[in-house]
Design a protein around this ligand. Structure first.
Ligand SMILES: NC(=O)c1ccc[n+]([C@@H]2O[C@H](COP(=O)([O-])OP(=O)(O)OC[C@H]3O[C@@H](n4cnc5c(N)ncnc54)[C@H](OP(=O)(O)O)[C@@H]3O)[C@@H](O)[C@H]2O)c1
Length: 211
């Protein structure tokens, strides 16, 4: 059985996107800085993926450590779980070939028909987070379910459903934006460090969530 893993890029002061995020500016003001370690403006380096498979504009960086982290992110994932805002902000930039290439389950209050783009399917789940997790588990099989953003991971943590967190910590203080954790999380949660990868421009720390 796979694990439910949060993988997210975060500023040192705890933000996963900048302020004033919108469909036009999905990562908010200054938020793209959090993905500098991942993207470059031209060329492609991630094995088995072309630039057009990412979003037609950007491709993965060629430094080996970060490329390996990204490769593992995709290889280990059998299904993605995302909130509606991540989807709404990503739909345009992802273009015709979103990078996921596995089933994606979007937790939302707003019904929408299943969408298939390239090798990625998006299923809009309107009967709650637990139902979305069940569907994602069935689709992922032995592989992991990977999630991102902040709203969904917080709910998963509160419900005791999150198994691991891969925090890619970027040495920048954004000052404002979408925090990964907020005051609404009134639960004491202990984590155990599994691994630390010191890579160019980012430190990847993997934690196990103790239950
Ligand atoms: N730094 C990174 O690595 C990273 C990674 C991914 C995304 N992001 C950024 O993170 C932001 C999105 O994350 P977010 O935490 O703000 O939002 P999110 O989790 O993507 O979406 C929140 C929305 O999902 C729906 N939702 C959440 N829980 C629900 C539930 N239990 N039942 C039904 N619907 C539910 C609601 O939308 P509706 O009511 O409208 O349906 C809610 O407003 C974007 O700016 C994205 O670009 C950053």
């Amino acid at each position: 059985m796979g694990k439910l893993v949060l993988a997210v890029s975060m500023s040192l002061d705890g933000f996963i996107a900048g302020p004033n995020h919108s469909v036009e500016n999905g990562m908010g003001e200054g938020g793209d800085r959090l993905h500098d370690w991942m993207f470059q403006s031209e060329g492609t380096a991630l094995p088995n993926r072309s630039a057009s498979e990412i979003d037609g504009r950007q491709s993965f960086k060629s430094d080996t450590i970060n490329a390996d982290v990204m490769q593992d992110y995709f290889d280990s994932t059998g299904a993605f779980l995302m909130g509606r805002r991540w989807f709404d902000h990503g739909e345009g930039p992802w273009g015709k070939n979103p990078p996921f290439n596995v089933p994606v389950f979007v937790v939302t209050h707003r019904k929408r028909e299943k969408l298939v783009k390239g090798k990625t399917s998006f299923t809009f789940v309107t009967d709650g987070l637990q139902a979305a997790v069940r569907e994602a588990k069935a689709a992922a099989g032995e592989k992991n379910i990977t999630t991102g953003g902040s709203d969904i991971p917080r709910q998963l943590l509160q419900a005791g459903l999150l198994d691991e967190m891969l925090l890619s910590i970027v040495p920048v203080l954004l000052g404002r934006g979408i925090p990964l954790f907020d005051k609404a999380m009134r639960k004491h949660i202990e984590l155990e460090k599994i691994s630390v990868i010191d890579a160019p421009g980012v430190t990847h720390i993997r934690y196990k969530v103790l239950k």
